[in-house]
Design a protein around this ligand. Sequence first.
Ligand SMILES: Nc1nc2c(ncn2[C@@H]2O[C@H](COP(=O)(O)OP(=O)(O)OP(=O)(O)O)[C@@H](O)[C@H]2O)c(=O)[nH]1
Ligand code: SF4
Ligand SMILES: [Mg+2]
Length: 403
Amino acid sequence: MQNGTTRGNRLHIGVFGRRNAGKSSLLNKLTGQQMSIVSQTLGTTTDPIEKSMELLPLGPCLFIDTAGIDDSGSLGEMRVKKTLSVLERTDFAILLCDYNGFSDFEIDLCKMFEKRQIPFVTVINKSDIQKPSLEVINEIEKYSKNPLIISCEKDTNITSILKSKIIENVPDEIIANTNVMEGIIKENDNVLLVVPIDKEAPKGRIILPQVQTIRSILDMNAKAYVVKETQLKDALDNLKENPRIVITDSQAFNEVSKIVPCNILLTSFSIIFARNKGDLKAFYQGANAIDNLKDNDNILIYESCTHHPIKDDIAREKIPKWLSNYTNKKLNFDYHVAKGFEDNLEKYSLIIQCGGCMTNKKEILSRIYKANELNIPITNYGLVIAKCLNILNRAIEPFVNEL
Ligand SMILES: Nc1nc2c(ncn2[C@@H]2O[C@H](COP(=O)(O)OP(=O)(O)OP(=O)(O)O)[C@@H](O)[C@H]2O)c(=O)[nH]1
Ligand code: SF4
Ligand SMILES: [Mg+2]
């Protein structure tokens, strides 16, 4: 089991700017490690480079170094595209320029931060060569207040200055809320968790959403009872008091819903995470849009991490089968694995996001935002499964007030 905080629960801090601005130098200073190569050759950093670090009191962060936004040529354009895709998962941005100030590239970046509601700070680097003029500072302030003036080469206290600036500018609400059970249970509640140990379960461990849920229940001074689906009936019979809620792996939803009496709340880990890391309301509306699917509609499945599909894989076999059976339509499925966005979203009638345990909330919200812009319904695995099994309303009952 992993001891550190996973990527998905870290505050993502991206560094952006033109080539040679000193982005990699700054991140090497901040992390205290040579995470990126520094050189005066334009375009030294080509792909985004990530480094995890604890930045107290903010907590676990993930710094992302990017390729220069002004790169050109066919390869350069591909690098810029990758840099822009980092924006979609950036919780906080550092915009780096030098004493010459802003060009159209920096101004465009400021507009992109604003559009995506990404708080950011501007850092004017290389002050050892030349201090920015008052004119340059005034021009920058039209887009970004209180720029910080530093020298990666000479300053020794960059980490503490920048750290205070980040802390000052990161709104509380974007610091990852990892207490997934907040608002669902209260102190002393019993919670019964159903964790099937089948061939999809990783050897010798419990998957991250389940571990996080258990931790959250314990943090709230409630009690977590964990059983396999085959032990559920016994567990219900043996508990002196009914559990406040039963949370199951989505794949056992059908079986579990038949065992758990209707007076006990029932939902899935995936739905809990749709609420914690996405937008439950949007995903619920997306699940109901399944009723509008037609023959030959295209469906996009977003899987937020890479894994080798196994037999009976949830995304490649089970969801297509459940959806086809429920709709009685011939549907086409495409897959986008790992980070970033699929191009040409327009051709899709429905987007289905995985649980997203390996990604951050910002990236899932960006995907929802983009889908909404194009009027494409978007939902997630747990809600699709509940819909196809005709138990969606029961599965969202614990959150009905929020919807
Ligand atoms: N004099 C001076 N040079 C600096 C400073 N910061 C960075 N440099 C130099 O500027 C050059 C570019 O630095 P990098 O950190 O590689 O810049 P970058 O923004 O990552 O560049 P790309 O990866 O090409 O986009 C290197 O030669 C650095 O040594 C600074 O504060 N002062
Ligand atoms: S595909 Fe999604 S839900 Fe499954 S492990 Fe990866 S990030 Fe988590
Ligand atoms: Mg670089």
